[in-house]
Ligand binder design. Structure first.
Ligand SMILES: C[S@@+](CC[C@H](N)C(=O)[O-])C[C@H]1O[C@@H](n2cnc3c(N)ncnc32)[C@H](O)[C@@H]1O
Length: 328
């Protein structure tokens, strides 16, 4: 445990280099009939900065809409949740939690705020900024993986766990179930969870949000190959791959892919694996599930949670769902 100042504790629970478990997971993902890369590898410092640029794009309605919903409903959400501790998973630049902390107002004094993210630089920077503006709140930063390390967020009891940005949609349905089950198991009846979800809408609007005309999302997608080169001693040529975004209506998810522009062989040395791509062959780098109130309610019900509040924008583009344990 390290300390940024008297009100900010900081801990890293993921390794800086690739672990044997990570290598095994990557090997399994790359061995699928449509090879995949786990989306956590988007977020090195360059990727996190590119994601921040994406959040400001005209086509990317998600961030501004979720902020609008928070501005409108943060007080109502807090009144219903009545937390003494707030924990954000995948906190990124920390802009949204700021709105929640501001709405928490004087009730926040003596409260705690935990933030967990895979990117250390963004986590440190956001903790420093928030800590300076909210000296009566105790902050705790965890550099960790929100799937593997979610049990490190501390004890339950009037705890509000927030998961903004539609990031829950990056988990496959079976991963989402396991993740929510783990979270629900760590909750008591005074705890709540606030989840930001992107809503099902016209495929053209969704595909445009993941394929901006300035190519920022394409750069974000390709950067993942640079991350793999560094972390797994691979030799991808990112310029040899094209960005592609497509909506899969049956699964209600967007997929981001990278398409080989020419035949190539890639050596991923640290896992002892060669990948042969024919021109046009693809890699899947992300899914982003889209929800309706009913589909989220059914996901929540599988793990004994119910939707206790549903906050959306006038166009119903995005929603914040407040979940709590089903009364027994
Ligand atoms: C889609 S961004 C959302 C950022 C921010 N919450 C927002 O709403 O703008 C996903 C965030 O989750 C983090 N992240 C991605 N995968 C992660 C993982 N497996 N464990 C922890 N953090 C992760 C990224 O670093 C990034 O900050």
């Amino acid at each position: 445990m390290d300390s940024l100042d008297s009100t900010i504790a900081f801990v890293r629970v993921v390794s800086e280099g690739a672990t044997p478990g990570e290598r095994e997971t990557l090997r399994a993902c790359l061995s699928r009939s449509l090879p995949e890369i786990p989306p956590r590898y988007f977020y090195d410092d360059v990727g996190s900065a590119l994601f921040e640029r994406i959040t400001g794009l005209e086509v990317y309605y998600q961030t501004r809409t979720e902020i609008l919903i928070l501005e409108r409903y943060a007080k109502e959400i807090l009144a219903s949740s009545d937390p003494t501790q707030v924990v954000e998973l995948g906190s990124g630049a920390g802009r949204k939690i700021r709105l929640l902390l501001e709405a928490w107002g004087s009730a926040a004094a003596g409260g705690t705020c935990g933030m967990l993210d895979i990117n250390e630089l963004f986590l440190r920077q956001s903790l420093e900024r928030l800590g300076a503006d909210h000296p009566t709140i105790q902050f705790r930063g965890i550099v960790g993986d929100f799937v593997e390390d979610v049990d490190r967020i501390g004890a339950p009891g009037r705890r509000l766990v927030v998961f903004f940005g539609g990031t829950i949609g990056n988990l496959y349905p079976h991963e989402r179930r396991a993740f929510l089950r783990k979270l629900a198991a760590g909750m008591d009846h005074t705890d709540t969870m606030l989840v930001g979800v992107d809503l099902v809408k016209h495929p053209a609007r969704l595909e445009a949000a993941y394929d901006d005309p300035d190519g920022v999302t394409a750069a974000f997608n390709r950067n993942m190959l640079t991350v793999l080169n560094r972390r797994f001693d691979a030799d991808f040529d990112p310029s040899g791959f094209e960005h592609r975004a497509l909506y899969d209506a049956e699964n209600a998810w967007i997929e981001m892919r990278l398409v080989a522009g020419r035949a190539c062989r890639v050596n991923v040395r640290s896992i002892g694996m060669y990948l042969d791509f024919a021109q046009g062959e693809e890699l899947r780098t992300e899914i982003s599930c889209k929800f309706t109130r009913a589909s989220l309610a059914s996901s929540a019900a599988e793990v004994g949670l119910v939707i206790d509040g549903w906050f959306t924008d006038p166009e119903a583009l995005f929603a914040l769902a407040l979940l709590r344990k089903q009364a027994s």
